[in-house]
Design a protein around this ligand. Structure first.
Ligand code: PEP
Ligand code: MG
Length: 537
């Protein structure tokens, strides 16, 4: 028996057989071809086949993890069709009379090196994507089988790293957990893992010889126990059974109120990235949506989404939620979420740079388009709008003026809209410090603990090296939360939490005691929190 320790990203117990996924470099040999036309046709067929595969993966991901997780496959389809990439391969085949798979491999190296050398972190990541699509093409051209998890017994997938696309591709009927050597606990990939409800550990240094061995994943402690002895196995089988029983119990909480033993109601909402997350919201019985990260709508497209495109999405979410609250956050891009067509300058400090509401207040046409779509959709349900990265009263006043302009324009044009609650995210220490004044201007606050931790502790949430000191339980962060709740109430605003900390069961009692009005969490965390609140005396 040997125990490896990493960082837990999602709780749960899994017992199964380890399968190490290796990204082996495909061995491609150069060979001379006589018939160039035939080789170009072979290449064209491979591209068509790759497109089909990517479309299939997109559809699968859309069903399983929603639009935000599926978007990666659209990016891959676009990269596959990129003219420079295609021309490089075709030219090599024509001028050097070489086989297609070799031309793909060389082009992949050239493009990946070019991306890797760029300063921009987002562009650097494209190196992995170009390799990904090239490997797909080579597999098709050489008829190689891609590594799939095809085991009959439950499998623990272990890998150096798993991209969002690989995580999505896992067949969850076979894979019961995953463990990686790299990755950051606060990246959007980790958030995706939590949405998928798979016990997961990152940052775990493992030996290759564990492949094929029986093991336990303890997603609470972040432990991978390989070849457990009988006593340990029995202990964990018992724990896994308890977990399953808990899941059953939680199912029984569906339809129940989220109310403390003392009779205090807490609104328990869910966080979503798009329409396809709604199924999970329903299954887990959230009372509303406390954070719709609308930027995914922009990330999925290669152009600014039009007012009509946005309206259709917001309307559909509002209608599906049938009168339950739907809080949509306006565009929050910049920092780790970059979009090509915004043409943002490269910055030294993107997390503290031109992002979120700062972009909206400078590029007002983009902001107004979104606000018009949101207000029009408000005629179809119970929409709330909140604004990210606020630091000052001045910003809030400016936002409210723009909102009034939008409403006046809509009225003039005869478009109808409903009552909309306006709120702001409290995710900067500045906003906390002036929260009493801010509260007088808005209907609600939603505390973004992911960024609030980042800015309070001055720790980049994307930096895996700092995961051990990125501590959302730091007294400074908890005091900020307490202060926000008190000041919010003093100024007449209700206060919720929509950052990851809102789902931390060890703090639920604390938040209730602090006077929190609402918690918005990943759909899979809704019922455990309801249980905890119902036990609060
Ligand atoms: C947060 O910062 O806590 C938050 C909810 O927003 P995001 O994670 O999208 O930055
Ligand atoms: Mg944030």
């Amino acid at each position: 028996m040997k125990t490896y320790v990493g960082k837990p990203v999602y709780h749960g117990i899994a017992i199964g057989q380890i399968r190490i996924l290796k990204k082996e470099k495909q061995n491609v040999h150069r060979s001379h071809i006589d018939d160039v036309e035939q080789e170009l046709a072979r290449m064209e067929n491979a591209v068509e086949e790759a497109k089909e595969q990517l479309k299939g993966l997109y559809d699968k991901a859309l069903l399983e993890v929603g639009e935000s997780g599926a978007a990666i496959f659209e990016v891959h389809q676009m990269m596959l069709e990129d003219q420079d990439y295609q021309e490089s391969i075709q030219n090599m085949i024509k001028t050097q009379q070489i086989n297609a798979e070799y031309a793909v491999a060389v082009t992949a190296d050239n493009f990946a090196n070019m991306f890797a050398m760029m300063d921009d972190d987002y562009m650097k990541e494209r190196a992995a994507d170009v390799r990904d699509i090239s490997e797909r093409l080579i597999s098709i051209l050489t008829s190689a089988q891609s590594e799939e998890v095809n085991a009959d017994e439950p499998t623990i997938v272990v890998a150096d790293d798993l991209s969002p696309s690989e995580t999505v591709q896992m067949d969850k009927s076979k894979v019961n957990s995953f463990v990686t050597r790299y990755g950051s606990a606060n990246s959007h990939t980790a958030i995706l893992a939590r949405t998928m409800n798979v016990p997961a550990i990152i940052g775990l240094e493992y030996d290759e010889e564990i492949d094929g061995k029986r093991a336990i994943v303890d997603g609470f402690k972040g432990e991978l126990i390989v070849e457990p002895d009988e006593a340990v196995l029995a202990e964990y089988e018992e724990k896994a059974a308890q977990e399953a029983a808990k899941k059953q119990l939680l199912l029984e909480l569906k339809g129940k109120e989220t109310v403390t033993l003392g009779g205090r109601q807490i609104r328990l909402y869910a966080n979503i990235g798009g329409i396809s997350d709604l199924q999970s919201v329903m299954q887990n019985d959230a009372a509303g949506i406390g954070l719709f990260r609308s930027e995914f709508l922009y990330l999925e497209k290669d152009h600014y989404p039009t007012e009509e495109e946005q309206f259709q999405v917001y309307r559909s979410v509002a209608e599906t939620m049938a009168g339950k609250k739907v809080i949509i956050r306006t565009l929050d891009i910049g920092a780790d979420k970059q979009i090509d067509y915004f043409n943002l300058d490269k910055e030294e400090n993107p997390a503290m740079g031109y992002r979120a509401i700062r972009i909206c207040l400078k590029q007002i046409d983009i902001f107004k388009t979104q606000l018009r779509a949101l207000y029009r959709a408000s005629a179809y349900g119970n929409i709330g709008i909140m604004f990210p990265m606020i630091i000052s009263l001045k910003e809030v006043k400016q936002i409210k003026e723009i909102v009034e302009e939008v409403k006046a324009e809509l009225t003039e044009q005869g478009a109808s809209y409903g009552e909309v609650e306006l709120g702001i995210m409290i995710e900067t220490p500045a906003a906390v410090m002036v929260s009493e004044d801010l509260a007088k201007e808005v209907d609600f606050f939603s505390i973004g603990t992911n960024d609030l931790t980042q800015y309070t502790l001055a720790i980049d949430r994307q930096n895996a090296k700092l995961d051990d000191i990125y501590d959302s339980h730091h007294p400074a962060v908890l005091k900020m939360i307490q202060m926000t709740i008190e000041n919010g109430h003093k100024g007449g605003a209700w206060v919720g939490i929509c950052g990851e900390l809102g789902a931390d069961l060890t703090l639920t009692d604390t938040f209730v005691e602090m006077g929190i009005d609402e918690l918005s969490v990943s759909p899979s965390c809704v019922l455990p929190i309801r249980k905890k609140i119902r036990e609060h005396s």
